[in-house]
Every structure is written in C-alpha cells, then in structure tokens.
Ligand binder design. Structure first.
Ligand code: AMP
Ligand code: MG
Length: 433
C-alpha cells in the first residue's frame, strides 16, 4: 500500500501563491513568543511545568549513612574468610534512632533497609546470605568488605549542590527530588492559558440529530485535548458562527482572558472565512501584527497569525493562531506550529521537535505540490530493532481515521517517493509500539 490512493496524490503547484517554509513559520512564531512569567506553585501542582530558578540542596540527601538492604550491620574486619558467627545485639528499623552503644568486635546488629548505619559497623551482610546459629548468634556466610551495602550521607545529593537546574522540565522524578529537598512552593514558568474556539455555520455540538449540511464539531474537543496533553491551561471558548461580528466578539473576549487563542476554520479562501479578515482588522486597529500565510506543508497550508495587545497601549501581547478547519490540518498545524510556541511560553528553551530517522516499511509517496508532506504513519520497532513506518490510511485532511492510528508524521518532500527500506524522517508525537 502507498501513502495515499493514487487519485488523491495531488499534482498541482500554484506558482502564483507564495508559500513560506515550515522552518520560517516556526522562526517567525518563536521570535514573537517567550516565557510568560514566573509563579510559585505547590510541588504536586508543578508536574509538567518548567523550573524558573535553580533549586539548591539544603542538606545532604540521604541525610545519614544507612543500610541499602535488609540484613545485619557488621564490622567488616570480623568477617574475614566468611562463615563467621556474630552475636546479635539488637534490631533496628528504618525511622528508629540507632543504638547509643557501637557494634563491637564479634557483634552484629540486625538492620532494615533505610535504617541508620550504627556506630562501629561498616558493612551490611544481606539477610539472604546469613543463617541462624546458636541462640543469640547469626552466621554471616560471606566476607563483607567495608562499605558493602551502605549508602553514605549525601550519596544522592550533597548539601549546597544544585538539585535541579533552571529550565528543568518537572516530571515525576523531579517532583520526587523537590519533595526530598523539602521545597514546598516551586518557582516555575507560568502555564499558558490557551483558549480554543471553533468557527463554522455547519458545526453543532453533541449527539443531536444533524440537519442537512451540518457536521459535529470535532476540532474544539481535539484541540482542547492537545492543549491539556501538553500541560497547558485549556479554556473552552465555544463555537462561533461565520459572521464577522460574531467572530470579532469572540476574539475580543479571548483577547481579554487568554494568553493564546487557537481557532479553527475561517482562514482559507472561502467567502465566509472571517477569522483572517477580523484578525487583520483587529491588528491594524489595536496596533498588533498580522500574518496570513500559506505554509509549504500538506496538510495545514492555510494559517493566520496575529499578536494583539491585550488592551490598548499594553505591552502584553496575546498570540492568535488561526488554524485551518479541516480536522487533520488543525491537529498538524497545532503540532508543528502552535505546540512549539506554547512550550516556549511555558519556559522550554528548545521547543522544536527534532525529527527522528526511521525506515519505510512500505512505499510512502508525497504529492507533487511544492509542499513538505506530513504523512500520517505508524512507527513501530521491527524485529531488527529498527523503527519502521507504515501509512495509517487515507491521507486527506478530513480523514481523522488515519490520524487516530498514527503516532508520527513522516516528512516526505514534494513529489518524492520513499521506497521500502529507505530512510525517512519522522516527527513522533505518540507512544511507540
Ligand atoms: P474552513 O477552513 O472553515 O473552510 O473549514 C474547512 C473544512 O473543515 C470544512 O469542511 C469544515 O466543515 C471543516 N471544519 C471546520 N471546522 C471544523 C470543526 N470544528 N470540526 C470539524 N470539521 C470542521
Ligand atoms: Mg469554515
């Protein structure tokens, strides 16, 4: 199977329409975006945020030398040759203070993982390598070297060192580190507040019966999902009909309440495509910037961008991404243009996704349209351990079906065919099978 039915491979280039490359659009957008500002959030709310300042370690972690295993704390010198019997002087649980008396010659202290290393002892014999001996004694089977199974104080983090650098993306392990260090409120870059609206007279919500000409709004739930997936604050701005007044009213509400606005539809060449018209007019009226672009990618060619002052004279700019209406186009436009901008605003310093090299498991064909084709593919590791890609089906921009089973976009330049076994670049956005 090829990436598309042959009849759907488009062979038309419109030389009259100047197009801008994806790289140029990404540059244009990132030049106009930046981190939104620093805020303090509770550690448990910081997941997915970017640390705005480095976090230092106040005191050693672990705070004290402790046992790495359940077993017996011993004096290594007592175990030379192995198979020695030592007198058990007590038992120590994690969380208990160590005994005041040190472990003496010929003695052992039964100890649990995480319990404080007692004075006198310098190694741990694991319980699996011990045997019961005469009453009150234990047999240590192996010779124990000093420091065996002992975790020194500060062996994870030293007091005064950097626990996490500024710019660290806070994942689960980072949340753990911040908690270990004792941080309560974390300085992070604020999450962008991202409004999502749909435009189109044909759209309805929910399960109502469709009247002739109507379709259900799929872009808004999808885009809200993408924003949430990426850890930003998603705001549902609803559905707007195709009238300049309604679009303007909705965009003005968005301008007052969001950092970024994602709309879908109304940016193409149709008579009722008002998003681009209104954005342009608002930009000139409010003193903002407006770009009506034809991006040299398939899908997701049309794109309207604007940066508008939040209020007259304000330095604060709200970014508008007028994404195309076709469902696959709006997703692809989000992934390659809006998502990097949002990551950048959220404090990620290198927000662009780098392509990964894979092998075509079947022929992939790009339309000859002067555009970089972003084909919906499934990337999976083959038996040879290499990442291999197959088309997930119909590649037209209304076909969400192929998008849903894709975990990557294969980048195939206009008019090129990637043969079976040949290399192809991928943008991966889903889990790899
Ligand atoms: P437009 O860019 O507004 O001309 O829309 C292009 C195509 O995408 C048309 O077929 C629309 O019906 C469809 N479309 C626009 N918005 C949505 C939406 N929110 N959900 C599903 N399809 C949409
Ligand atoms: Mg429309």
């Amino acid at each position: 199977m090829v990436a598309d039915d042959h009849e759907h491979i488009h062979e038309h280039i419109h030389p009259d329409e100047p197009m801008i490359s994806l790289e140029e659009v990404q540059k244009l957008v990132l030049e106009r975006c930046g981190p939104l500002g620093v805020t303090a959030v509770a550690v448990r709310d910081a997941l997915g945020c970017v640390l705005a300042e480095e976090v230092l370690v106040g005191s050693d972690i672990p705070p004290f030398a402790n046992s790495a295993m359940d077993g017996y704390a011993v004096r290594a010198a007592d175990t030379v040759g192995g198979s020695v019997e030592l007198r058990v002087i007590g038992i120590l649980a994690a969380g208990s203070p160590p005994p005041d008396v040190p472990v003496g010659h010929g003695e052992a202290l039964q100890i649990m993982t995480g319990a404080v290393m007692p004075l006198g002892a310098d190694g741990i014999a694991i319980v699996e390598r011990t045997e019961p001996a005469r009453d009150g004694f234990v047999r240590i089977l192996d010779e124990i070297d000093p420091a065996t199974n002992v975790r020194p104080a500060g062996s994870d983090f030293r007091a005064g060192s950097v626990a996490l650098p500024a710019g660290a993306l806070i994942g689960p392990a980072q949340v753990g580190i911040l908690s270990s260090v004792g941080v309560v409120d974390v300085p992070v870059w604020r999450r962008p507040r991202v409004g999502v609206m749909s435009t189109g007279d044909e759209l309805v919500d929910g399960g109502v019966a469709l009247l002739p000409g109507q379709i259900r709004d799929s872009n808004r739930p999808t885009l809200l999902g993408l924003v949430m997936r990426d850890g930003h604050e998603a705001v549902d701005l609803g559905r707007v009909s195709d009238s300049a007044d309604n679009v303007e009213a909705a965009l003005r509400v968005a301008l007052a309440s969001c950092d970024v606005v994602l709309s879908s539809g109304g940016v193409s060449k149709g008579e009722f495509d008002f998003v681009k018209v209104v954005l342009e007019q608002m930009a000139s009226e409010l003193g903002g910037e407006y770009f009506e672009l034809a991006v040299a990618i398939r899908p997701a060619k049309p794109l309207a961008l604007a940066w508008l002052p939040r209020s007259p004279g304000s330095d604060e700019r709200v970014a508008f991404f007028g994404l195309p209406g076709n469902p696959v186009s709006s997703i692809v436009s989000y992934e390659v243009v809006a998502a990097p901008a949002l990551r950048y605003m959220a404090g990620v310093t290198s927000p662009l996704t780098r392509p990964v090299r894979a092998i075509a498991a079947e022929q992939l064909r790009a339309s000859r349209d002067g555009r970089l084709n972003l084909l919906r593919v499934e990337a999976a590791f083959g038996p040879d351990g290499l990442l291999a890609v197959r088309s997930t089906g119909g590649q037209q921009s209304h076909q969400l079906s192929a998008m849903a089973s894709a975990n990557a976009l294969a980048l195939v330049p206009s008019g090129e065919t990637v043969g079976v076994g040949e290399p192809v670049d991928l943008l991966i956005f889903g889990p790899l099978a």
